[in-house]
Design a protein around this ligand. Sequence first.
Ligand code: CA
Length: 90
Amino acid sequence: MKNNKTLATAVAVTLLGSTLSYAAPRDDKIKIQFNSIDLDKSGSITLEEFTFGSSTPNLAGGQFAKIDIDQDGLILFDEFLASKNRAPRK
Ligand SMILES: [Ca+2]
């Protein structure tokens, strides 16, 4: 009986683990990228942070405006994620 319980626990942990790792690994990558741009870890990206983190600072203003869907001057993770999801695949 003890063995069965151990096995059940192992199966449950395995299932949980595979569910977690299956949960959109691409989004995790984007989250890491978002956090690397969000220098003050405020949960949003300002134009200053975006420009600083951009490989093309002279284009950053226009890119920022496209990503900042509600035009409040901050890029939230949802907006950042949406911009990645609508970007053409390379
Ligand atoms: Ca915004």
